[in-house]
Design a protein around this ligand. Structure first.
Ligand code: GRG
Length: 297
């Protein structure tokens, strides 16, 4: 494609909105309040994970239609994780995506059920999007990738360790493992899902996408630690300064702010280098890496 990926970002974000519209039960559908709350929670956000999937799809020369289900499914899991993370039993936050968190706008029980409903729906979407040109074996493999990334050996496991670690100083190795699980696993999964939509991908290309995903996933969380210190609640759309308030170990607290920034920059460089096997076709993923690296929220 001759136009840069940036020119198609808005169209991909629209595809995602259309996908949510297709798969989320209508707001009035029984039970109406729950479905309304699922829609409330799903609004907004940067949509970086779906964009990673579409960008990888372009790099691999895949039609966007083949990526709609994984893009929706990943964002549904992501939204559920944010809704549950904001609950009083976890991070106890009032602000998300610039609006009251779901349990504040509704109530705690509803927020728990919103997360449960979105998680189940994510797997429904992967299983049931039968007219996207993907075979049953590909969709089954996508279910496996998403379940592994979201589950106790991925994001949920990282969240468990994060909660257990509050008030304790972690070593750098412990912190890296936590970040790789809590945030990195789902970001890495985006690349693996796109790779699965390609029927026969050379191992060197699959490994390149995996290395890019791992590096971006860890860099993203280090940046999140940095932004928690350097940015404002207004810009982040969520409460800034939470890590220190919760006595959480972060990259800046363990290695210092300049070293944390340097580590993130090193990982972004690793991500870019990983794309060498794709030559010019890597432009969408290179653009997205630059976009994520320069984010301020
Ligand atoms: C509750 C099972 C469970 C897991 C929670 C992802 C997560 C695990 C918690 C979110 C807490 C958090 C702020 C993590 C830092 C990285 C992160 C996931 C930030 C939010 O993602 P963005 O910036 O959010 O992509 P938007 O709103 O733009 O989608």
């Amino acid at each position: 494609m001759s136009e840069p990926f940036a020119s198609r970002v808005a169209a991909y974000q629209q595809r995602l909105r259309d996908g949510f519209e297709r798969w989320l039960p209508p707001a009035g559908c029984y039970p109406a309040r729950l479905h309304e709350a699922m829609r409330y929670a799903s609004d907004g956000g940067k949509r970086l994970r779906p964009l990673l999937i579409y960008a990888a799809g372009e790099t691999l020369g895949l039609p966007a239609r083949a990526l709609d289900a994984p893009a929706c499914a990943v964002e549904m899991i992501h939204v559920y994780s944010l809704v549950h993370d904001d609950l009083p039993a976890m991070d106890d936050d009032d602000l998300r995506r610039g609006r009251p968190t779901t349990h504040k706008a509704y109530d705690e029980a509803t927020a728990i059920l919103v997360g449960d409903g979105l998680q189940a729906l994510a797997f429904h979407v992967l299983a049931c999007d039968r007219d996207a040109g993907l075979g049953a074996a590909q969709r089954l493999r996508m279910v496996e990738i998403l379940a592994d990334a979201a589950g106790s050996r991925g994001m949920v496991g990282g969240q468990a360790v994060d909660l257990q670690s509050e008030g304790r100083e972690l070593t750098l190795a412990e912190l890296e493992a936590l970040h790789i699980h809590k945030t990195g696993a789902m970001i890495r999964a985006c690349l693996l899902l796109a790779a699965t939509a390609a029927r026969e991908l050379p191992a060197v290309q699959r490994d390149a996408l995996d290395r890019y995903g791992k590096a971006i996933g860890l860099a993203f969380q280090i940046q999140d630690d940095v932004l928690d210190i350097e940015s404002s609640s207004a810009l982040l759309g969520k409460t800034a300064g939470k890590d220190e308030a919760h006595l959480k170990s972060t990259y800046p607290s363990v290695m210092g702010l300049p070293a944390a920034k340097a580590r993130a920059a090193e990982l972004f460089a690793t991500a870019r280098e990983a794309l060498a096997p794709f030559n010019d076709a890597a432009e969408p993923l290179l653009w997205l890496a630059r976009h994520i690296e320069s984010r301020d929220h």
